[in-house]
Design a protein around this ligand. Structure first.
Ligand code: LLP
Length: 410
């Protein structure tokens, strides 16, 4: 995004034009922005055998899945619903891996029926169930054990997953014995190990520690005669939410990964979500009112915590900038929505442009974990999603109507 003539553009389209035609709030994504980041991952691997399996949870709009599938991406899913979306988008199920700590019997069967690339299993009970369902379906799925490497990702506690105290993965100390046990299951093709230590990781050190631990595990398992062919190093690469934020570049991250894990006859899988879509998306919103309560200044906008929950849930920072660069000074304000909760804010105590009712704002870096986590709380229809392609755009999900709100109710 950039200002041209004081007007904010994404690719070749002035965002205010979209806001006027399609209304606010609305999510806007840049096709070029998404592809660029996917390709940065893919290219950085060079000759190392790999598959970039986009984590569908970050943004699961069909048009985005289709875009990535056509670019050659695989997919990392965590539910039957995500598999349904990926299939609807026309992607190859043979490039889908199924992660997640609590796959249901129905979800596993759905994935077996479509012959996905593999399952990342997280418990002994899951391995047992998968083996028996595979027998029923007369298939032999490929399986990796997701291990918990006990490394601190130093990120927000809600999105940190790689420590023993977290529910995720199989303790790395137990991985060998569970692998040994599982290799007796006749209907599973045990071929890999996987991990994922958290999200929005901006420090490469814990990642390097994980790569080392995982490579050492592969070698120990191979030493026991187990034919380990895939190493899935998860997602988690963070992005800069504000100017000056620390972030590791995609090529730097992948080169470090290949340096540690490449050249060992392994296919390296990764599951990035945020780092592909976050920076390619914004949430547009319009200022409804301004007011002060005592010392506190409020900018009341038409987007709320139901549209973008990240600030309320993680106190995360999203830059908020006007679509029309304004010269009328700055204010320090809380940017809040119409939802009836004091936790409904997009920013608190923020130094920002001195905006007035009617002005349009972009809430930046909202392409990941934005719309996917939107809800109908306060009976608010969810916003539309729009994809910019060069000098044009298309609505890739319509704004919900009041009728949509009551669908299925009686
Ligand atoms: N693989 C697995 C198994 C995961 O659990 C996740 C994210 C990813 C891959 C993708 O991670 P990424 O590359 O996007 O960091 N709602 C939170 C983020 C939750 C992440 C959950 N797992 C947020 O808004 O920050």
């Amino acid at each position: 995004m950039q200002y041209r003539n004081h007007t904010l553009y994404s690719e070749e389209v002035p965002l205010a034009d979209i806001a006027r035609r399609e209304g606010t709030p609305c999510y806007i994504y840049s096709r070029a922005g998404i592809l660029e980041r996917y390709q940065a991952y893919d290219r950085a691997f060079g000759e190392t055998p790999h598959k970039v399996c986009y984590a569908v949870k970050a943004n699961s709009n069909l048009a985005i899945l289709k875009l990535l599938a056509e670019a050659g991406a695989g997919f990392d899913i965590v539910s039957g619903g995500e598999l349904f979306r990926v299939l609807k988008a026309g992607a190859d199920p043979g490039a889908v891996i199924f992660s997640g700590v609590g796959k249901s019997e129905k979800e596993i069967e759905y994935a077996l029926e479509h012959k996905i690339k593999g399952f990342n299993c997280e418990s002994v009970h899951e391995l047992f169930l998968l083996n028996s369902l595979a027998a029923r379906w007369k298939v032999r799925p490929k399986v990796a054990l997701r291990v918990n490497p006990d490394v601190d990702a130093s990120t927000h506690p809600y999105i940190s997953t790689g420590l023993r105290k977290h529910k995720f993965g199989i303790d790395i100390e137990e991985a060998e014995s569970i692998y040994g046990q599982a290799s007796a299951y006749p209907n599973l093709e045990l071929e890999g190990v996987s991990c994922h230590i958290g999200s929005q990781i901006v420090d490469i050190e814990p990642m390097l520690e994980v790569f080392d631990k995982m490579v050492a595990l592969v070698e120990r398992l191979r030493g026991r005669g187990l034919p380990i062919r895939t190493l899935d190093l998860g997602g988690g690469l963070g992005v800069a939410y504000k100017p000056g934020d620390k972030a590791v570049s995609i090529p730097e991250f992948i080169h470090a990964m290949c340096g540690k894990a490449g050249g060992r006859g392994l296919e390296i899988l990764i599951e990035p979500g945020r780092s592909i879509v976050a920076e390619a998306g914004v949430l547009l919103t319009r200022v409804l009112y301004r007011k002060t309560n005592g010392e506190r200044e409020f900018v009341i906008v038409d987007a709320a915590m139901n549209d973008l929950i990240r600030p309320a849930l993680y106190h995360s920072h999203h830059e908020i900038i006007p679509l029309r660069e304004n010269q009328s000074g700055t204010i320090t304000a809380d940017v809040v929505g119409p939802v009836c909760e004091s936790g409904d804010f997009l920013a608190r105590g923020r130094d920002m442009a001195n905006v007035m009712p009617g002005d349009l704002l972009a809430v930046c870096t909202a392409g990941a974990y934005g719309f996917v986590a939107a809800s109908n709380y306060n009976a608010r229809p969810r916003p539309p999603e729009i994809l910019i392609e060069g000098d044009s755009y298309r609505v890739i999900r319509e704004r919900e109507t009041y009728e949509d709100l009551i669908r299925g109710e009686s």
